[in-house]
Design a protein around this ligand. Structure first.
Ligand SMILES: [Fe+2]
Length: 282
């Protein structure tokens, strides 16, 4: 891990902890997520965002404000890092010339135009990673991977690579974001969890976003994934009204991404198949 990486240590948390990623400027999904946390009686100290609060959707500033006012734990994604530091592109790690890269020219320039200077400065204050313990487990929250903010780690990424990342930060569990798909894997010496994202569907043919709960259970942790149903039509209308390209606004309604450039073969094969994620005990 880069010695300059800013890791905020939260100490020991009490559960349940709700984790989510990728609000992506989707104000309607962000409101629904906070409503879900309220229904569960979870205070801000038990909410964690894995970054990319600003991206594809229409409500850049309002989404940042809502998350900031909620007072939750929140790490920088590549989008926070790029906008906060006035970098010219989103830093997602898309290949040059790919359709993801072409699409990002439009949504990133829109985000860059519609964020306030106050919010830009706020994004710079967010840590790159979080660390906490829960029921004795050492948990590291990263955006892409422990050693690179925009590294894509998928379910199909080899376990050896995931273990290497755990070893880098001396964690029992890494919680990552960035890739947009929820999943969890546990093996004898560790676990890798991804909460999924709330601001775009999971490319599974449904409109829902996803979040994850960590719940202490006896000596272990129960990890469960949950669909977030929200006002997707309203979010898509806001994107069209803002003049954003239709690829991602259509995706909010179809549940299918406009491009699968970033996906490995295994994840490509699952496109359009409604996700079902069983809980894990780790
Ligand atoms: Fe990202």
């Amino acid at each position: 891990m880069n010695a300059q990486t800013d890791v905020r240590d939260l100490g020991a948390l009490t559960g349940p902890v709700m984790i989510f990623g990728g609000p992506y400027s989707n104000l309607q999904a962000t409101r629904a997520l906070l409503d879900a946390a309220n229904r569960l009686g979870l205070p801000a100290n038990q909410l964690v965002c894995t970054g990319d609060a600003v991206a594809y959707c229409a409500d850049t500033e309002a989404t940042v404000r809502l998350l900031r006012d909620a007072g939750m734990h929140w790490i920088q994604g590549n989008c926070e890092q790029s906008l906060g530091n006035r970098i010219d592109d989103c830093g997602c790690g898309f290949e040059e010339g790919s359709s993801c890269a072409t699409l990002s020219d439009s949504w990133y320039s829109y985000a860059n135009r519609t964020i306030s200077e106050d919010s830009r400065a706020w994004l710079r204050t967010l840590p790159a990673q979080l660390r906490f313990t829960l029921n004795g487990r050492r948990i590291q929250v990263v955006h892409g991977a422990a050693d690179q903010i925009n590294r894509f780690v998928f379910e199909s990424t080899p376990q050896d690579e995931k273990q290497r990342q755990l070893d880098l930060v001396q964690a029992d569990v890494v919680v990552g974001g960035h890739c947009g798909l929820p999943f969890g894997q546990a093996w004898h010496s560790g676990a890798w969890l991804n909460a999924g994202v709330i601001g775009m569907p999971a490319n599974d043919g449904t409109k829902d976003g996803w979040y994850m709960l960590l719940i202490p259970e006896a000596e272990r942790l129960k990890v469960s994934w949950h669909r977030l149903n929200y006002a997707a039509t309203e979010a898509a209308d806001a994107m069209r009204f803002a003049g954003l390209p239709t690829g991602y606004s259509d995706a909010l309604l179809s549940g299918l991404w406009p491009s699968i450039d970033i996906l490995p073969t295994a994840e490509r094969r699952r496109r359009g198949q409604p996700l079902q994620l069983a809980a894990l005990l780790i």
